[in-house]
Design a protein around this ligand. Structure first.
Ligand SMILES: Cc1cc2nc3c(=O)[nH]c(=O)nc-3n(C[C@H](O)[C@H](O)[C@H](O)COP(=O)(O)OP(=O)(O)OC[C@H]3O[C@@H](n4cnc5c(N)ncnc54)[C@H](O)[C@@H]3O)c2cc1C
Length: 233
């Protein structure tokens, strides 16, 4: 069993992220060619102002040119099952068909169970029972692809995730909201932090959706922003 924090590393991003988006934005409104626009020196503030105006008006193709990749481990299959619902992300995940468990499989304990010693011990006992049953099936000649049927949502997994910036912002807006499940919220937070460490200008976009909308559109609100008038009780 590992600690409950997702391990996240940003493994790929364009060097010239800001300039690429600026060039895409500027190309739409300039008689000049993208080649010339890209080659001209422009100060960062000017680029950021244009990007803010263009992205703010919903002209999102300009941020689809940026592709980023993350190496992710120590997350549960419950978490990745939610992540893979996002259709503009690309995934390569550790296979439970080709990678057979040799002993106790790694798993994540949900944080609400982890903080209760009694429930935590019960959870751990149950994981160990499942592991024994899994190994029993494997030793009886059942292939890993079928023996895995007994493995739980808590099983630890790893993946490489790639996405364009538009989709990452969309996913951050949804999954940083307190209505999203805790583990995926922590995962997306770690992914956003890995990126904003290198591209701090993205901090204002990689936020819960209420920060971009200015209001909460959920039926139950955490109170961070006012609810839409017709949704408030
Ligand atoms: C808090 C929360 C709770 C959830 N609970 C459940 C649940 O109980 N059960 C459940 O099944 N799912 C649940 N989901 C998952 C959710 O229904 C979506 O499957 C998931 O958010 C991915 O869809 P998306 O709209 O975010 O778009 P993505 O797949 O990330 O795509 C991004 C955007 O592209 C566009 N797009 C993509 N594909 C299409 C398409 N086929 N047609 C038109 N436009 C498209 C849309 O504008 C979309 O918003 C939950 C998600 C959240 C955030």
């Amino acid at each position: 069993m590992n600690d409950n924090k997702p391990q996240v590393k940003l493994i790929s991003k364009p060097e010239n992220m800001l300039k690429t988006i600026y060039t895409a934005c500027r190309t739409c409104y300039s008689a000049d060619t993208p080649l010339n626009i890209y080659d001209k020196d422009v100060d960062e503030e000017k680029m950021l102002n244009l990007i803010k105006r263009v992205v703010g008006s919903g002209h999102y193709s300009t941020i689809e040119h940026i592709q980023v990749s993350f190496a992710i481990s120590n997350i549960s299959r419950a978490c990745t099952h939610q992540l893979v619902r996002h259709r503009h992300m690309s995934f390569s995940q550790k296979s439970q068909r080709y990678v057979q468990e040799k002993g106790q499989f790694d798993y994540l304990i949900p944080h609400t169970i982890e903080k209760d010693e009694v429930l935590k011990a019960k959870f751990e006992d149950f994981m160990s029972e499942i592991s024994k049953k899994y190994l029993e099936f494997v030793e009886a000649g059942i292939p890993a692809e079928d023996a895995r049927a007994v493995l739980p949502n808590a099983c630890s997994t790893s993946m490489v995730v790639s996405t364009n910036l538009r989709e990452l912002i969309h996913v951050a807006n949804l999954r940083l909201c307190t209505r999203a499940q805790y583990e995926i919220r922590m995962l997306i937070k770690a992914m956003c932090e890995a990126l904003t460490e290198q591209e701090p200008w993205l901090k204002e976009y990689l936020v819960p959706k209420c920060e971009r909308l200015g209001f909460c559109d959920e039926d139950k609100s955490c109170g961070r922003k006012p609810m839409l008038p017709n949704m408030a009780e």
